[in-house]
Design a protein. Structure first.
Lengths: 276, 253
């Protein structure tokens, strides 16, 4: 089976960089700031393969580079080096070789991102329905009636009450803002969804509803997802396969049950032991 | 002259086939924090043919569960090979097969029933049991119907079907786990003490269900704490010895 996304050699260095940056940072050096030149090696040599319909977990604590991986894949940031191929039906997109217009089109039509902070994924000063319509207007356009219909359908799917469709998400609870964000990300039926700490900071009961929603969407729509989180519970629930990152590198990857029950790397063993 | 396929009854053909072969399989856990290796099973070789059940027996701590988990890839084996023969006759080593192959095999061909029910929270018991069928694309109605039938056979009361197993007793949860494990007919079934907290009547029902799996040609590798269950189901008993002093010494060194 062909993957939907294949990433190799992905790196992002903030700062001038020097020949010793790589060897002086990473899990063995236990730092991501190069002591020689002060550059931050946020991500180095990350490789991923995501299969259609699969949820891949990226687990790590803050500073591991996991969120940077998402930002690189959705063009919020530009990689220092690396390749990423997005196999979208008949088309193959060389993600880091696209021009600005192509990137925008892909982001508006074929990929969705849900951020930890709803402010990043939503415009809080236009209505919930408007947030969804806005994204549809950026995509290959439909009629007004269709847009409103689709917005209504998605909000229903993500359990946002229809009567609140015309309200500004600023007034919504954190959990409901997150559901509007998911609806907005899904509006163009993207085959690929990036989830960056989507349940972090929410109440447990709200987390549960968001996670159920994500699983339901994955099961019914077959969307492939990358779920970035520091939370082992989220990984256990969502991800079939998981990679563990520390100081910008992948330290190990495998089937999620194997990573949690038989972790190989010292760092993963520590993480799993700390959670039990 | 090619032999026409119909000349061989498919059942007989299946029964003679080895589905799983362990060759020198061993598992040790390396604990980084303590800089030491903890040996579990070591140097186990055995074969499981279609339609037969091989029971792993031995003292607690000998690594019986570790072997099952290694076959399922929940553990990464330290030594040896786990040769699995697919329906198409091709053999692959489960210890090293790509993750996506293992995921596909888990959905279609290899089942694992443990003592403990791990399932998605907030789902009805019926849906927990039906889920493996749904993953294979069986329509919801049909999947739920088969789930209901299995749960009934295992004596899980109808009034429990629509609520989640979170509040169930140990025995009820175990029955739900068995139903979910058997709802898709596998080629290879791994059983890790699935009858541990069941009463005698339910245990007999499980024995009956496992016999049906064997009769259908399923290869089974199992651990039962109950010798009566072993006697009732096993075609072969394999004693798994505790890690020897030599193994312990070599792992530490």
């Amino acid at each position: 089976m062909r993957p939907i996304l294949e990433v190799s050699g992905l790196s992002r260095i903030y700062g001038p960089g020097c020949p010793r940056c790589i060897e002086a940072t990473g899990p063995d050096a236990e730092r991501n700031v190069c002591p020689h030149c002060g550059s931050i090696v946020a991500v180095h040599d990350v490789g991923l393969r995501l299969m259609p319909g699969e949820i891949l977990g990226i687990m790590g604590e803050s500073g591991s580079g996991k969120s940077t991986v998402v930002k690189l894949l959705n063009f919020d940031e530009t990689p220092t080096t690396g390749r990423a191929a997005f196999f979208d039906g008949e088309r193959t997109w060389d993600l880091f070789g696209l021009n600005a217009a192509e990137k925008r089109w892909l982001r508006d039509n074929r990929m969705g991102t849900v951020y930890q902070n709803p402010h990043l994924g939503l415009n809080l000063d236009i209505s919930a329905g408007g947030n969804i319509a806005e994204r549809l207007l950026m995509s290959d356009v439909l009629s007004y009636g269709e847009i409103r219909e689709r917005a209504r359908d998605l909000l229903a799917r993500t359990q946002v009450p229809a009567i609140r469709m015309d309200e500004h998400p600023r007034r919504f609870s954190g959990g409901m803002q997150q559901r509007v964000q998911i609806a907005r990300a899904l509006v163009t039926n993207p085959p690929l969804l990036l989830l960056d700490e989507v349940t972090t900071g929410l109440d447990l009961s709200v987390q549960a509803r968001i996670l159920d929603l994500i699983l339901d969407l994955q099961e019914r729509l077959g969307i492939a997802m990358i779920a970035v989180t520091h939370d082992l519970g989220v990984i256990r629930l969502l991800a079939t396969r998981t990679v563990v990152m520390r100081y910008g590198r992948i330290v190990e990857g495998g089937l999620t049950d194997q990573i949690l029950e038989d972790p190989q790397h010292a760092y993963t063993q520590e993480l799993v032991a700390a959670a039990l | 002259m090619p032999t026409p396929k119909s000349s061989l009854p498919p059942r007989c053909e299946l029964h003679s086939d080895v589905v799983l072969e362990l060759k020198g399989l061993g598992k040790a856990f390396y604990l980084h924090e303590q800089s030491k290796s903890v040996p579990s099973a070591s140097d186990v070789s055995l074969e499981v043919a279609a339609g037969t059940l091989v029971a792993l027996v031995g003292l607690s701590g000998a690594g019986k569960s570790s072997l099952l988990k290694s076959v399922y890839r929940t553990y990464l084996p330290t030594h040896g090979r786990i040769l699995y023969t697919r329906t198409d006759g091709q053999t692959l080593d489960l210890a090293t097969a790509p993750e996506n192959e293992i995921i596909a095999l888990r959905e279609r061909e290899i089942g694992f029933v443990t003592q403990f029910l791990h399932c998605l929270p907030r789902q009805s018991t019926l849906d927990v049991v039906a889920r493996p069928l749904l993953r294979l694309g069986v329509p919801l109605g049909d999947a739920r119907e088969r789930a209901r039938t299995l749960l009934n056979r295992l004596g899980v009361l109808e009034r429990l079907h629509d609520i989640g197993p979170a509040t169930f007793s140990g025995g009820e949860r175990q029955r739900v786990n068995i139903a979910r494990g058997l709802i898709v007919r596998r080629r290879l079934l791994l059983l890790d003490e699935p009858t541990a907290s069941l009463d005698a009547a339910t245990r007999d029902k499980v024995i009956e269900l496992v016999r049906e799996e064997k009769a259908a040609g399923v290869a089974i590798l199992a651990v039962f704490h109950d010798t009566a269950v072993v006697a009732a189901l096993a075609d072969q008993r394999r004693e798994i010895a505790l890690p020897t002093a030599a193994a312990l010494a070599s792992e530490v060194a």
